[in-house]
Ligand binder design. Sequence first.
Ligand code: ADP
Ligand code: MG
Length: 488
Amino acid sequence: DERKRKAAAVVEEVERAFSTPTALLRGIADAMVEEMERGLRADLQAPLKMLISYVDNLPTGMEFRFRFGGNGNVGLFQIGYGALMDEHGLFYALDLGGTNFRVIRVQLGGREKRVVKQQYEEVSIPPHLMVGTSTELFDFIAAELEKFVRTEGEDFHLPDGKQRELGFTFSFPVHQTSISSGTLIKWTKGFCINGAVGEDVVAELSRAIERQGLDMKVTALVNDTVGTLAGGRYVDNDVVAAVILGTGTNAAYVEHANAIPKWNGLLPKSGNMVINMEWGNFRSDKLPLSEYDNALDFESLNPGEQVYEKMISGMYLGEIVRRILLKLAREASLFGDVVPPKLEQLFVLRTPDMSAMHHDTSHDLKHLGSKLKDILGVPDTSLEARYITLHVCDLVAERGARLAAAGIYGILKKLGKDKLPNDFSQQRTVVAMDGGLYEHYKKFSACLEATLTDLLGEEAASSVIVKLANDGSGIGAALLAASHSQYA
Ligand code: ADP
Ligand code: MG
């Protein structure tokens, strides 16, 4: 009937608008490489900030490979050296993401023992603090940190007379002025706090810590991608890049210092510098922007910004699905004669709910149906409406995952790691991944990995490993706090 015909027409149009053929992804990866180069030259129009992290002393290592057994297994024996490996003592980290923040403490035992013990606590950020004042936000964080420090047990040791030290993982673009200072460039994700842009976030955090009467020094300020890269490299020498897919999305990688024209300081001893790409702000004519993306952007807290992030990350995927379902409800009465009022509400459909619906394997999609009931308040949905909803989740997740894979492929191209290495000593290339979207949304991560393999080709793909570096950013920040300790 007419209703079905309309629904099919909308779905077909979405399929067209959201399609990402491999050739398009290759073009996007090339555009990413071009924008990386532009950002490294500090071209004022460059969407990628390619921020210098002041992290230039990641562990490097020698590696020995051996074959054992008859099954072709390759054993790996690494001797790491360089910075980070020898760190000892108690260090704290604080990770301010987009949805949660975590406080972490680790007892580092040096090269042999590595992380002796770690504890953390996660607190979700009260939404009113994301749009309040920076003093309120930092006071809240410092108060949670103070509470956490009070629960420090016997198995953590701070030598007499020493001050506790902290690595601050801050997942927003910062113009770093040193490893332990930097000014906020802009807020992203759901944050919008007046007066904080241009301020030194370490100074603000330090003042809040002082107001809590806590004796602690911030010795490292790191982006979450940089923390994940450092934490990943600590356990695996072949990590060359880190990608976050959580509330937002971003990536960092190890660049040759002499390939950074805008760097005018001394060349670091290692010859390398970790670059925080701030890739969420990537944009290109090649990105398949649909009417839904444009409307989402227009109504967002940061219109015109973070275009790539808005197509890929956890904060937005569910919202894109909602917008498509709303169109289907309006134009094809997908959920009955009246449009469910809750479907009109911005961000009512969260990505974890989208993921739960997308993973429903029951023949009548009953879980998906009950999610729709919970979220939209529609008591019963037709089987057809549920199948269409599933298909929409699939289209939106697949596009996001494929675009993210194109970005990773771009980084690998920039590093010359997109071809099978001819040098046996450089067999593995590891990309450390973190973030709730990648960790929990299995169809998303599976699609990302399959797409990356497709882009690299089977042969080159065999040397590239994408691995979850869970909590890497917290450990990484603690490690960087340790290696930049005032006592070191
Ligand atoms: P942050 O990005 O705030 O630092 P996380 O890395 O923990 O924090 O990511 C949290 C985000 O991950 C959530 O905002 C959500 O978008 C996404 N997410 C969490 N759980 C799931 C899930 N089960 N399915 C899909 N996305 C999820
Ligand atoms: Mg995070």
